[in-house]
Design a binder for this molecule. Structure first.
Ligand SMILES: [Zn+2]
Length: 281
């Protein structure tokens, strides 16, 4: 390996933020919190360990994902309720808000829509911040555990990876075949998962989630949503996933709707204003 004479100089160049977000209008959290304070529970769903469940949330309502029984990681997919092609864009959410998300951050939809699908309005793990290993909670780094990577690395079939759980739940909800819906399953928000990158090799690491029974994260639905959530076979993801070895718990999803008038002046966000001509229109 030959090292250039100015290697240290090149390494010392100061970084710049790829996507400064100062031009984004901040989420109106005061309005959302006031609406949440008067919202009432309308539906709830319990998701069994190593399974997934689907739920819908009307625009202007809230949904809470919680650990009713104990520490448990969830893999979340979001779709526009009327259009499976508009789905959560984990990569751009990461580019805009960082590797992990919390209160005030938004979950953005894919191109060409690129609009907030949901805004995080509460998070009982806000306090965790960054641990000594560089770990943080609720990541948009990981993709989802899947049987293809498991087969690649272990040479075995395992059918309760989050990817398969999400696929089965989406098929059941839409009445479509597994083959039809599988391409719609996408990179997730890893709810309650504690992750980071190792400093020496830059590898993706996980450690036991700090979530405990009763912890929750809440979202405001910016558009009509279809959510699909998997209770990861990794449990708290402290040791391994893609097997039945870990202790797993259920997850709960609860939807809350505020009364009419609680969101006066608020409107669902419009899709991206880009012309879509790509220079040829
Ligand atoms: Zn998983």
């Amino acid at each position: 390996m030959s090292v250039p004479a100015d290697a240290d100089q090149r390494r010392a160049i100061a970084p710049v933020i790829c996507y400064p977000t100062e031009s984004l209008r901040p989420a109106p959290l005061d309005l959302y919190h006031a609406a949440r304070a008067v919202a009432i529970e309308v539906t709830s769903l319990r998701i069994a360990p190593r399974e997934a469940g689907a739920f819908t949330v009307p625009a202007g309502s809230f949904f809470r994902i919680s650990c009713p029984d104990g520490s448990q990681v969830g893999d979340l997919n979001l779709f526009a309720a009327d259009n499976l092609r508009e789905r959560f864009f984990s990569g751009k959410t990461r580019a805009l808000h960082g590797t992990h998300v919390s209160t005030g951050d938004r979950l953005w939809s894919c191109l060409p829509w690129l609009r907030p699908m949901a805004t995080i309005t509460a998070d009982t793990l806000d306090w965790y911040d960054t641990d000594p290993h560089g770990g943080r909670v609720h990541d948009v780094i990981g993709t989802r555990c899947d049987p293809y990577t498991h087969h690649l690395l272990q040479g075995q079939d395992y059918h309760n990876c989050c990817h398969s759980n999400l696929t089965r739940a989406l098929a059941a909800h839409t009445g479509r075949s597994l083959a039809e819906v599988e391409p719609h399953v996408h990179d997730v928000l890893n709810v309650f998962m504690c992750t980071g990158f190792t400093r020496d090799t830059g590898q993706y690491f996980m450690k036991a989630s700090p979530a405990r029974q009763g912890d929750y994260i809440e979202f405001f639905a910016e558009i009509d949503l279809l959510g699909v959530l998997s209770a990861c076979p990794g449990g708290d993801c402290g040791a391994e996933h893609s097997s039945d070895a870990a202790i797993c718990h259920a997850l709960a999803v609860t939807v809350y709707t505020p009364p009419k008038g609680a969101l006066d002046g608020w409107q669902p966000p419009a899709r991206s204003g880009y012309s879509g001509t790509h220079g040829l229109g």
